[in-house]
Design a protein around this ligand. Structure first.
Ligand code: GUN
Ligand code: FE
Length: 440
């Protein structure tokens, strides 16, 4: 059937008819870009694939295949609080809304119930890969990792480190305990998925404000001994956050120097927000090859500094960027919403930069939600688009028919291109027809 994916940030490939062959390990073995319609068996025979030994799936009218979406930044324990506290500044929102909610994950039954709903909910949105912040609780974080594995979601899962500037009821007991709990989660996640095929641990210092220097140092040491392990944190998100960070760490001029000092910046780093960037810090992120999780919704609704981040500038400099829903700071767990808001925010940025930072196109925001996100999560060689040797990680999009109450997007004169644009700009989870299950 039809297939749409990104070859690069500026190249969207739209194939009205393609054949994708997947072997029994879930790897793409062949892509035929324009097979003769109605001759699938002959095409397979030409490829030395016996039609009798394979299962053939044709997409229905109005359907097309796209890569699974990648959410590079979200908070699983905020699933049940989405929508609360919108418009608040970051530190006030953390204190009044978020910490009391996240503290509830001390209870494993609660964690099981909310995390199951969270992973199902993200899969329902076509998010086949997610980078999750957990709560501070080791047990709840293990439950989240178990659920991702069981439900077939590729995920980075991190126990969140917090030893200060948080209430007594929601704080790691000590620096040593914080690091011990992280090590314990790392070992557990390795034990359930030794090759890291679906689920991996991500080091997750919440942000410098909530971490004693010794915690940052300890995590930096873990990072040094595990050079492949991803790292995530919040970075230059909002004025309130940046001011508090400067007061706590007066020895550093800026957050790039701070996190680098503790060994937390490198190719494995996923830095959320990056709203307020100086030329110096931009250059450091490029030199250190850090990835950026752009969260265009929360940047405008909670804590994010109410700021359109300089995404065009990142892309111009060759800094890797993906999209994050950042739910619950953002109100929506839909990556389609994040794509649309990324376009809107980028157009505001075009205006405030006096035309220097051009707004993002549909093709570009689609790239950010798929291949760009995969790149940020260290998975560019594995998922994000369709290529021989990559894993088959895809969703079936439906745009026609009234099943599930979808208004048809296909009318006389439409092309696959125009239908794709309608899907990106007006679609929702009712258009996500199928998310093939990924199994180890
Ligand atoms: N900075 C530290 N914690 C958070 C969080 O949970 N959400 C957002 N948006 N920023 C943060
Ligand atoms: Fe966040």
């Amino acid at each position: 059937g039809p297939m749409i994916h990104s070859l690069s940030a500026s190249e969207l490939e739209i194939l009205p008819f393609a054949l994708l062959a997947i072997d029994n390990t879930g790897t793409i073995v062949t892509i035929v870009k324009n097979p003769e319609p109605g001759k699938t068996n002959e095409t397979l025979t030409d490829l030395n694939i016996s039609p009798d030994l394979v299962t053939i799936q044709h997409l229905a009218r109005g359907q097309f295949l796209i890569p699974g979406f990648v959410d590079t930044h979200n908070h699983a324990p905020q699933w049940a609080q989405r929508g609360l506290g919108q418009g608040m500044h970051i530190l006030d929102w953390l204190d009044t809304i978020t910490f009391p909610n996240e503290a509830r994950f001390q209870d494993p039954d609660y964690a099981q119930r909310i995390y199951a709903s969270c992973v199902d909910g993200f899969l329902r949105q076509g998010i086949t890969t997610a980078s999750y912040y957990g709560s501070i609780h080791g047990e709840a974080t293990k439950i989240l990792a178990d659920l991702c594995l069981k439900k077939g979601q590729r995920a980075l899962v991190g126990k969140c480190n917090m030893t200060r500037n948080a209430p007594d009821y929601y704080r790691d007991g000590s620096v040593a305990e914080s690091l011990r709990s992280t090590e314990d989660c790392i070992a557990y996640i390795k034990s359930i998925d030794p090759a890291g095929k679906l689920v991996r641990h991500v080091l997750t210092p919440r942000f410098a404000i909530s971490c004693d220097p010794e915690v940052l140092q300890g995590l930096g040491q873990i990072a040094r001994s595990n050079p492949d392990m991803p790292i995530q944190t919040h970075f230059n998100e909002a004025e309130q956050e940046m001011k508090a960070t400067r007061e706590l760490f007066p020895q550093f001029n800026n957050e790039a120097d701070l996190y680098e000092h503790y060994g937390l910046l490198g190719q494995q780093s996923v830095l959320a927000h990056c709203c307020f960037m100086t030329d110096y810090q931009m250059s450091r992120l490029k030199e250190l090859d850090c990835g950026v999780a752009h969260c265009p919704i929360s940047n405008m609704t909670v804590g994010g500094g109410f700021m359109a981040a300089p995404i065009r500038d990142f892309m111009r400099r060759g800094i890797r960027v993906g999209l994050g829903t950042d739910s619950g700071g953002g109100f929506s767990s839909s990556i389609l919403d994040a794509m649309r808001q990324a376009m809107i925010a980028s157009h505001a940025r075009e205006l405030t930069s006096k035309g220097q930072d051009k707004g993002l196109s549909i093709d570009e925001v689609f790239y950010l939600a798929t291949l760009g996100g995969a790149d940020v999560c260290g998975l560019r060689g594995k998922v994000g688009n369709f290529a021989v040797g990559k894993e088959f990680d895809a969703i079936v999009v439906g745009t026609q028919g009234v099943q599930q109450g979808i208004m048809t997007m296909v009318e006389d004169g439409d092309t696959l291109r125009t239908v794709f644009e309608k899907f990106v700009m007006t679609g929702d989870d009712r258009n996500i027809i199928e998310v093939p299950f990924i199994e180890l």
